[in-house]
Design a protein around this ligand. Structure first.
Ligand SMILES: Cc1ncc(COP(=O)(O)O)c(C=O)c1O
Length: 308
């Protein structure tokens, strides 16, 4: 594979971008990461909301107490350069990790490395793996009722750290085995938080968009974008507590993430949501987002960094 991964200023071949099996980040999940979409449009190769993504990376490191010894500007420059040399990339993955071999949960050598990978997930990963990839355009969702997967009193959902995805992985894997595409989590007070790697929106019977308050969720850049787009165009957005029944009574629902942008939910717990089709507001927002990505809506052009 010709892809090069930037590691602390050096370009390393994709196949040689390794860490030791006993490294702290591998053994303890102490890896902070970011995942940024890249779009091709008439202006060329455009990185989506680079400033916001890099700010969130720094915030995650700060909240977790993981050192990140780069300036924001230097990281952004390296990201742009990495995208430039890895042509045809669709996403950027930044990793901040403790590569030293450690015996204690507290690292004796608490120094981090930074890796920037820029690639096409389909060509560079999915097609190279041996098993089929699970993908659905409309989601059938399972509501997890027995366990509370998001406990912000234990670990802040605002930290994008590998260890925070363990319970999500187990829960979503179980949902998949039961025949669902996705799973929604609720906190101890019975309020909707998010899905394993996405934020959740519902549309209530008054055609208002509702999503969980900031303190329960990762501050998704796509979530933030949807809130801005909707409000700009006069759709009411409520950041509020949402119960299981509110989700089941919703006329529409969708999830948002950098990987899929907006993905409609049409079934909850094996029952049709609304009329079982992709709803009007969901379709409208998908359409608006598409225009923005194509840079045909000038109001949002500042979201893009063009890779010259
Ligand atoms: C837990 C969680 N919530 C929400 C999101 C969506 O965030 P973004 O839109 O920035 O990709 C992610 C993305 O990885 C996530 O892991």
């Amino acid at each position: 594979m010709e892809r090069k991964i930037w590691i602390d200023g050096e370009y390393v071949d994709w196949d040689n971008a390794n860490v030791h099996i006993l490294s702290h980040s591998h053994q303890r999940g102490s890896l902070i990461f970011g995942f940024i979409p890249i779009f091709e449009n008439e202006d060329g190769t455009c990185i989506f909301r680079l400033d916001d993504h890099v700010d969130r990376l720094f915030k995650s490191c700060k909240l977790a107490g993981i050192p990140l010894d780069y300036s924001s500007d230097d990281l952004k420059k390296s990201i742009i350069e990495t995208v430039k040399i890895n042509t045809g990339s669709k996403f950027i993955k930044i990793s901040v990790y403790i590569s030293s071999v450690e015996i204690d949960v507290v690292p004796q050598e608490p120094f981090t490395k930074v890796a920037i990978a820029s690639y096409d997930p389909v060509k560079d990963i999915i097609e190279k793996n041996s098993q089929p990839f699970h993908a659905s355009k409309e989601l059938s969702v399972w509501i997890e009722k027995e366990k509370k997967q998001r406990r912000s009193d234990i670990i802040s959902p605002q930290i994008k750290i590998a260890a925070n995805y363990t319970t999500s992985m187990m829960a979503k894997w179980k949902a998949r085995k039961e025949g669902f595409d996705e799973i929604f989590f609720f906190n101890n007070d019975g309020n909707l938080t998010e899905a394993p790697t996405s934020n959740v929106f519902i549309v209530n019977t008054d055609n208002e968009l509702c999503t969980a308050p900031e303190e329960y969720v990762l501050h998704g850049i796509t979530r933030k974008s949807i809130i801005e787009i909707a409000r700009e165009d006069g759709i009411i957005v409520n950041l509020e507590n949402i119960k299981i029944q509110d989700v089941k009574n919703a006329s529409e629902a969708f999830i948002t993430s950098s990987s899929h942008l907006i993905c409609p939910v049409t079934k909850i717990d094996n029952e049709k949501l609304g009329n079982g089709n992709v709803g009007n507001i969901t379709s409208l927002l998908i359409e608006k987002f598409k225009k923005i990505i194509e840079r045909k809506d000038n109001r949002f052009n500042h979201w893009f960094t063009v890779v010259e």
